[in-house]
Design a protein. Structure first.
Ligand code: PGA
Length: 253
């Protein structure tokens, strides 16, 4: 696992957008695994800027998103499909038919999950999977558990996740309690993983991820087992990692 230490959120966003842009330039028909939440917003803003400057072309790119709230329609402003349309897809030249998000409206959860697995399986691989880090260590909506769940599943969100995500809703009571998420095996099958972590509110959990054991109780800890995982984290997020090297880049065993 390679850790890149950056000064702040702006630098984090620039670095992660540059990394994704490099992949698109090298492999124009790449498959991007994309994430929602507050952290990737700056990355998407910078990717849109690079597109508008004529430096990247999304016309052959495909995307598969990590997760979606169960029960929300695609045009619901709180759905992750809506988030992606507003914050990225509508601002670049990606083909909307090549963008995939789990179907939050499918009434049968087992069917919603198997349909999303079938979509993932259509691609030979995900070239780069972008991840945020949940306050409880989740990636996608893979919440702390006693086992890693391999494929797409319906998850009941932890209280901490509902509380954290309530900032995007008028009222905490509006936050759906369930979501569909890509599983850990599909995340780990990506050729490259990029996790971005910003702010002091993530400092304690980032320390557990970077310094602690691999355990499903801290789902992001599984990334230690990936052969090509980069974490870009700012000073605030790294403030509890006092045992780690202070260099701007370092490799964890
Ligand atoms: P955040 O969420 O980017 O809004 O902090 C990260 C996550 O829950 O995956």
């Amino acid at each position: 696992m390679r850790v890149i230490r950056v000064s702040d959120y702006e630098e984090l966003s620039l670095r992660s957008a540059d990394l994704i842009a490099s992949l698109i330039i090298l492999k124009p028909d790449c498959v991007l695994g994309l994430a929602t939440g507050g952290t990737p917003l700056g990355t998407y803003r910078d990717l849109i800027r690079l597109y508008r400057e004529g430096r990247i072309d999304f016309s052959q790119v495909s995307s598969v998103n990590l997760d979606e709230y169960r029960g929300l329609k695609p045009n619901d402003p709180h759905s992750y499909r809506y988030f992606m349309d507003q914050n990225l897809f509508q601002n670049i030249n990606i083909d909307p038919a090549h963008t995939f998000v789990p179907d939050g409206c499918e009434s049968d959860p087992a069917s919603a999950c198997s349909k999303y697995d079938a979509i993932i399986d259509r691609f030979p691989l995900i070239d780069l999977q972008l991840l945020g880090l949940g306050g409880d260590g989740h990636i996608g909506f893979n919440e702390p558990s006693d086992c890693f769940i391999r494929r797409t599943h319906c998850v009941t969100l932890k209280e901490e996740t509902i509380r954290a995500n309530s900032r995007f809703f008028q009222d905490k009571a509006e936050v759906p309690h369930q979501a569909y998420t890509m599983g850990i095996a599909d995340i780990m099958k990506a050729s490259r993983i990029l996790m971005i972590v910003s702010g002091s509110s993530k400092a304690a959990i980032l320390r557990q991820v970077l310094e602690g054991p691999v355990t499903p109780a801290v789902p992001a800890s599984v990334l230690h087992l990936h052969r090509n995982c980069t974490v870009i984290a700012d000073e605030d997020a790294l403030q509890c990692c006092d045992r780690l090297c202070k260099d701007s880049q370092f490799i964890l065993p």
